[in-house]
Design a protein around this ligand. Structure first.
Ligand code: SAM
Ligand code: MD0
Ligand code: SF4
Length: 346
């Protein structure tokens, strides 16, 4: 297949077949990859100009009842960083992030048994307080929750529900998200979208999936009407069954970012600082991302997910840390109103 033609076809916004996506994701030719990333940037510019959005990340509880095989915070990992931040601490951190210039606050937790036991009362209170304090859009990443809870999140003003399937290969899903239901996870985000919430879907790469799996997933993700689509390269974690897995290079992640941009040019696509830290920002933005995620205030006692500590305490994972890199690519940080306008019109 002529990959150059496929890229041009995607850039002109014609739909691609699964085979065509496989051909693009399989390419290792440097010139074709330059063409792919350049086309992805062109598509981004068409819909977003030179604007970039920034998300503050608040991982407020790392307790989790689940035992996902890829995750540092899986319940059976005894050596992980466990904490549950108090309401006052989280409010302080959220205010700091808001003052630093982020456009959204992503409140993330493990499936903390304590919050589940109290039917999320503490989390809902926290969301209300943070909304009052900051007037910023809020994303919640609580794992799978009931439809009733989704409605309560909407009622207290949460804008975004992040819930990543990781893979659309059901056999692989079973080995990653142990004892969890593929359909429940899928249906929760579909329900949230049907009730008018913005949703984020995501894939992980480097876990033994095939290029065909990835291509099929990319097409299926398009059916969700998600506002944000992400991919992260798997980072092996100490104390987990996959700790010895060979770390992958990030080429596939970059190709997928560009492919998402070409298939769904209007969506938000993270360049996550949680995979390679600040060093990985430029390549992801140059592949077509338009949101920097996983911004964490230094010395806040908060962890990342895939990179629990990398670049946190030296202040690299901050607005000040990323700004010069974005500016040197000719990009500018959007205003909060520009971000709110985007959400209001999608
Ligand atoms: N507990 C909730 C859940 O699992 O949906 C919220 C946390 S969620 C934001 C954690 C996400 O980080 C996972 O869905 C996965 O995509 C990503 N992640 C976790 N461990 C990772 C790892 N070792 N390498 C790369 N990405 C990882
Ligand atoms: C990130 N560490 O954006 C965060 C996390 C949860 N919604 C996002 C994976 O990379
Ligand atoms: Fe828990 Fe989420 Fe980690 Fe799975 S990915 S173990 S649900 S924190």
């Amino acid at each position: 297949m002529d990959v150059k033609k496929i890229i041009a076809k995607a850039l002109s916004e014609q739909t691609l077949t699964e085979d065509e996506i496989v051909a693009v994701l399989s390419t290792t030719d440097k010139e074709l990859l330059d063409e792919l990333f350049c086309s992805a940037r062109e598509a981004r510019t068409k819909y977003f100009g030179n604007k970039i959005f920034l998300y503050g990340f608040v991982y407020f509880s790392t307790w989790c009842r689940n035992n996902c095989s890829f995750c540092y915070y899986r319940s059976s990992n005894q050596n992980t960083i466990r904490y549950r931040k108090s309401g006052a601490e989280v409010r302080k951190i959220a205010r700091e992030l808001a003052a630093s210039g982020v456009h959204l606050l992503d409140l993330t937790m493990g499936e903390d048994p304590q919050y589940h036991q109290e039917n999320f009362t503490g989390v809902l209170e926290l969301v209300e307080q943070i909304r009052e304090d900051n007037h910023l859009p809020i994303m919640i990443s609580p794992g799978v929750v009931s439809n009733e809870l989704i409605e309560r999140f909407i009622a207290c003003g949460v804008d975004f529900y992040a819930l990543y399937q990781e893979t659309y290969n059901r056999d692989l899903f079973k080995n990653l998200r142990l004892h969890q239901s593929f359909d429940e996870r899928m249906n929760a985000k579909i329900y949230a979208r049907s009730k008018g919430m913005h949703i984020e879907e995501g894939l992980m790469t480097g876990l033994g999936e095939t290029v065909e799996d990835l291509a099929a997933a990319l097409l299926a993700m398009g059916q969700l009407d998600a506002s944000q689509l992400r991919v992260m390269t798997f980072v092996p974690q100490n104390g987990t069954p996959l700790e010895k897995m060979e770390p992958q290079n990030h080429d596939m992640e970059l190709k997928i970012i560009a492919m998402i941009r070409l298939l769904y040019p209007e969506v938000l696509i993270p360049a996550s600082l949680d995979v390679e830290g600040l060093a990985g920002l430029t390549s992801r933005i140059m592949a077509g991302s338009n949101v920097v995620t996983s911004i964490i205030p230094p010395a806040s006692g908060l962890a990342g997910v895939a990179q629990s500590t990398m670049d946190v305490d030296d202040g690299s994972r901050t607005v000040a840390g990323v700004t010069p890199h974005l500016e040197s690519m000719g990009l500018r940080i959007a205003t909060v109103d520009e971000y709110k306008d985007w959400l209001a019109t999608h």
